[in-house]
Design a protein around this ligand. Structure first.
Ligand SMILES: [Fe+2]
Length: 249
């Protein structure tokens, strides 16, 4: 019964809101956003931070490589490996602080932050590209309503061959909705459709802030591997275990 209700909730959101999360959560977000006079949308921010000196990732990269070595069989099986950290990297704090006004105008004051993540995707065989292995099919993040922000930061120079993150503008998400709306369908085109899309490429330090619950996005397949550093932010009314109120450091 519970499963049936959640399926119904998702189907309604897909039909009404062009979103893949449960309609009860979307309505909750909608109501709170009205109460706190929040912006109705967040235009993705693409910008750059210089990852030198105090913002460098060298220590974290060494730590990650060591963890990866210890868990290489798991990484080989899943083609992806990620570590979570309770402390946020100074570079990410800087990005949040610099964009705090815009973030608060969308998520509200005292927004929440989840443990940051450093992750690596590995190459998968092209014949599997329509299967969801490394988040490589078009999807929205549907676990928590439709008001959240993710910061994706390039820690290495990343070209199109390195399997960058791809995403659609909200307009193109809606335009392509009939084709992409079912993440778990057997539609073979889902992972490989050659849509006009945005790509997080370029020099290390390039970053993107985007609402992944509204914008369709996916990983593309790297020739070898691709790293990303990720921070997730949620409105204060969406309390959940492990999330803490962000405070500028
Ligand atoms: Fe995602």
């Amino acid at each position: 019964m519970k499963f049936f209700i959640s399926q119904l909730e998702v189907s309604l959101s897909i039909l009404i809101f062009n979103c893949q999360s449960r309609i009860s959560q979307i309505l909750k977000d909608f109501l709170f956003a009205k109460i706190f006079f929040l912006n109705s949308q967040f235009i993705p921010i693409k910008s750059r931070i210089n990852l030198e000196d105090k913002y460098n990732f060298e220590d974290l990269k060494i730590y990650f490589e060591n963890e990866l070595k210890k868990n290489s069989s798991k990484a080989e099986m899943t083609h992806t490996y990620r570590i979570e950290m309770d402390t946020i990297h100074p570079a990410a704090s800087h990005i949040i602080n610099k964009n705090q006004k815009l973030i608060e105008s969308y998520l509200g004051k005292n927004f929440l932050i989840e443990p940051a993540m450093y992750w690596r995707n590995f190459n998968i065989d092209k014949k599997y590209e329509s299967y969801d292995i490394i988040s490589n099919v078009w999807h929205q993040d549907s676990h928590d309503g439709n008001r959240m922000l993710k910061i994706f930061l390039l820690v290495n120079d990343t070209s199109e061959q390195d399997g960058p993150l791809l995403y659609l503008t909200r307009k193109d998400t809606i335009k392509n909705w009939p084709l992409l709306r079912e993440r778990w369908s057997f539609n073979k085109e889902k992972g490989i459709t050659n849509l006009k899309c945005e790509k997080l490429v370029g020099e290390k330090g390039n970053f993107l802030i985007v609402d992944t619950s509204r914008h369709m996005h996916r990983a593309s397949i790297p020739n070898k591997w691709r790293d990303l550093y990720q921070v997730s932010l949620y409105p204060n009314w969406r309390k959940a275990k492990g999330r803490t109120t962000y405070s500028a450091s």
